[in-house]
Design a protein around this ligand. Structure first.
Ligand SMILES: Cc1cc2nc3c(=O)[nH]c(=O)nc-3n(C[C@H](O)[C@H](O)[C@H](O)COP(=O)(O)OP(=O)(O)OC[C@H]3O[C@@H](n4cnc5c(N)ncnc54)[C@H](O)[C@@H]3O)c2cc1C
Length: 355
């Protein structure tokens, strides 16, 4: 059996190591030299590789997140086998002990074929011998795995592959990204403030979360706001969305040492209640600035083993699927667990053995 893996990011690299370990033949392709670049960027370069916790609420597609639930333990065992030793913080975010993404990438590279073919794959065709990529330049393969990620955080995304497979996808929207605000907040640009944040749609509370808000010239950001943005996506197309900030954890008789001077001046001048600083949202920042994307291949087009219903020799893993998680390692964990799920299926086909 020979497999083509399209995409050498988190999910594709993880799958390559698993196939390598079991002597399953494969080729892996990446469109450019930016191999594993989102693993590198994760956790601000410290590599927020996964999260020790699992909850369905950490993901916006409960059905697909079952794959994470089923494979999380196998993943953590596999980290140990690869000698990726980890530590976690109070919120369960896991990092390699080195707190350096490159060490994780180096370990993955060490456990796979040295050759990654640098080529953008734009079409997949099949005949009675198997599957061919880019007008028969590569192939034949028995199976193809789409591990091409999403358009989040990059400049150009290749939709041609979906067209060549005649595979409809749910449109991509930015998630884990800042909000553009209707309110003029330039005066407090650069200020950081701890707050309870409430996302409202038409006066209905959608999500509440505490954290640090970062004010920008034309918007707000920070991990808590990025998490709020992942809920906003599900209101897409609607107006009337606002974020309400409660800047105080309790009442004080004087706020001079409680709030940063710039924000104190701003709320005094505008007569804003610090428990109820209301910021109407105009949109999120663009996909290019997002960490992940909502959208992609829909669960209705997938079999349980992540193969496509329209062709069960073609699989899809990672962020190309319509699943997105909140901040904290959940998205990389999803990409890695999807790779394990597909590997188990391929391995089953060969020998009915796992690990
Ligand atoms: C700035 C930033 C910070 C992040 N931080 C975290 C974090 O701290 N924790 C966390 O869990 N997640 C984080 N994420 C998200 C996480 O990195 C992604 O969810 C994860 O990398 C997705 O894995 P993937 O394999 O699906 O896609 P990717 O890792 O994006 O890999 C896809 C690969 O496919 C290649 N490709 C695409 N199209 C083609 C084609 N047609 N032909 C050939 N190759 C192609 C791409 O070049 C890329 O290398 C972050 C993302 C960004 C952008």
């Amino acid at each position: 059996m020979k497999i083509a893996i399209i995409g050498a990011g988190a999910s594709g690299l993880m799958l390559a190591t698993l196939l390598q370990k079991n002597n399953i033949d494969y080729d892996i392709f990446n469109k450019d030299l930016k191999i594993g670049s989102k693993i590198k960027a994760s956790g601000n370069g410290r590599c927020n590789i996964s999260n020790v916790n699992f909850s369905l609420e950490a993901y916006h597609n409960n059905k697909l997140s079952k794959i994470v639930e089923n494979n999380q333990k196998l993943l953590f065992d596999y980290f140990k086998e690869l000698k990726i030793y980890t530590k976690s913080d109070d919120e369960g975010r896991m990092y390699p002990i080195s707190e350096n993404s490159q060490s994780v990438l180096d370990i993955l590279f060490k456990h796979m074929k040295p050759k990654i073919t640098l080529e953008t794959i734009e079409n997949i065709n099949k005949n009675d011998k198997g599957y061919y990529l880019n007008d028969k330049k590569y192939g034949p393969y028995d199976k193809v795995v789409l591990a091409i990620g999403s358009p989040a955080g990059i400049k150009k995304y290749y939709y041609e592959l979906f067209d060549s497979l005649e595979l409809p996808i749910n449109p991509f929207y930015p998630s884990l990204v800042g909000f553009k605000t209707k309110l003029k907040i330039k005066d407090i640009s650069g200020v950081r403030a701890k707050a309870n944040t409430y996302l409202y749609y038409k006066d209905n509370l959608i999500h509440e979360e505490k954290g640090e808000v970062i004010f920008k010239d034309d918007g707000i950001s920070g991990i808590v706001i990025m998490n709020q943005s992942s809920y906003y996506n599900y209101l897409k197309g609607y107006n009337n969305v606002k974020i309400v900030l409660d800047l105080l954890d309790k009442d004080y008789d004087c706020l001079d040492s409680v709030l940063a001077p710039k924000i104190l001046k701003y709320i005094k001048e505008k007569n804003i209640d610090p428990h109820n600083f209301t910021i109407p949202i105009s949109d999120t920042y663009d996909l290019e600035f997002a960490q992940v994307a909502k959208g992609g291949i829909s669960i209705k087009d997938l079999n349980e083993n992540l193969s496509l219903k329209k062709d069960n020799n073609i699989y899809a893993i990672g962020e190309v699927l319509d699943i997105d998680g909140v901040c904290g390692g959940y998205n990389l964990m999803n990409a890695f667990c999807d790779a394990i799920e597909v590997y188990k299926d391929l391995k089953n086909e060969i020998s009915n053995k796992w690990f």
